[in-house]
Design a protein around this ligand. Structure first.
Ligand SMILES: Nc1ncnc2c1ncn2[C@@H]1O[C@H](COP(=O)(O)OP(=O)(O)OP(=O)(O)O)[C@@H](O)[C@H]1O
Length: 229
């Protein structure tokens, strides 16, 4: 489903992605784990086609990144892409009109689940409510590849577990492939099948979640703390 070969993206003063290769099978839930500045967002943006790599290759369902792959990838950005003057319902209409894989019934269901109302103005939403809206517009697409960059960022601790459960209900196991970036490993630990630990743009450790837990005799959270101690 996703192949990344020797990917490099440099910014002045930062080797954001420094030779990453990975292969992801369809239907997998991958955790992209790493501390601040380890390259998680940059890697996701290159796969989403929003950042052009300096070198290396990315294929989504065998296709190089471009218009065709953008239609197959639902990307949840870390920062807000919405106009503040728009109402929630207008945001959904706009995004829905743009993507052929939009599922209006699912969008309504998600809106309700996230306690959002169509009439609310984006500008009047709290940071956490805007984070919920980002999840709604991403998960309402039937895209084969979902890229969620820090999806729980800004959402209150009390709601996070419920949202993770909701995420799993919405995610079409087997059909959709899910990549979740975070440094809050404990919160998503239960849903991850594979993990990649990133450090300064490189893969420090990777593998099946269960195998890593067996090998290291601890949770992914504990492994994360050991690796990045
Ligand atoms: N547009 C940019 N211009 C310059 N440097 C950048 C840019 N985007 C990212 N970087 C740098 O690239 C490195 C990787 O950043 P990136 O945002 O990919 O990391 P991250 O793991 O997602 O971090 P965080 O968890 O804080 O979101 C950092 O050193 C960052 O400062």
């Amino acid at each position: 489903m996703l192949e990344v070969h020797d990917l490099v993206k440099r910014y002045p003063g930062a080797d954001a992605v420094n030779g990453i290769s990975l292969i992801l099978q369809r239907g997998t839930v991958l955790g992209l784990l790493g501390p601040n500045g380890s390259g998680k967002s940059t890697l996701l943006k290159t796969v989403a086609g929003l950042v052009h790599p300096d070198s290396g290759e990315i294929r989504v369902e065998g296709l190089p990144v471009g218009t065709a792959t953008k239609a197959r990838v639902a990307y949840l950005p870390e920062v807000d892409p919405f106009h503040r003057w728009m109402r929630v319902g207008q945001v959904l209409d706009l995004v829905g009109a743009f993507y052929g894989d939009w599922d209006p019934a699912r969008a309504q269901e998600l809106l309700h689940f996230m306690n959002l109302t169509p009439d609310a103005k984006v500008g009047s939403l709290s940071k956490g409510m805007r984070a919920r809206l980002r999840l709604v517009v991403t998960l309402a697409r039937n895209a084969p590849l979902l890229l969620l960059d820090e999806p729980l960022s800004g959402i209150d601790v009390a709601s996070r577990a419920r949202i993770i459960q909701g995420l799993i209900r919405q995610y079409r196991g087997g059909e959709q492939t899910l990549v979740v970036s975070t440094h809050e490993v404990g919160e998503v630990e239960g849903i991850l099948e594979r993990v990649v630990f990133l450090e300064t743009g490189r893969i420090r450790l990777e593998g099946e979640a269960d195998a890593l837990r067996d090998e290291h005799g601890g949770s992914l959270q504990q492994i994360f703390e050991e690796v990045f101690a």
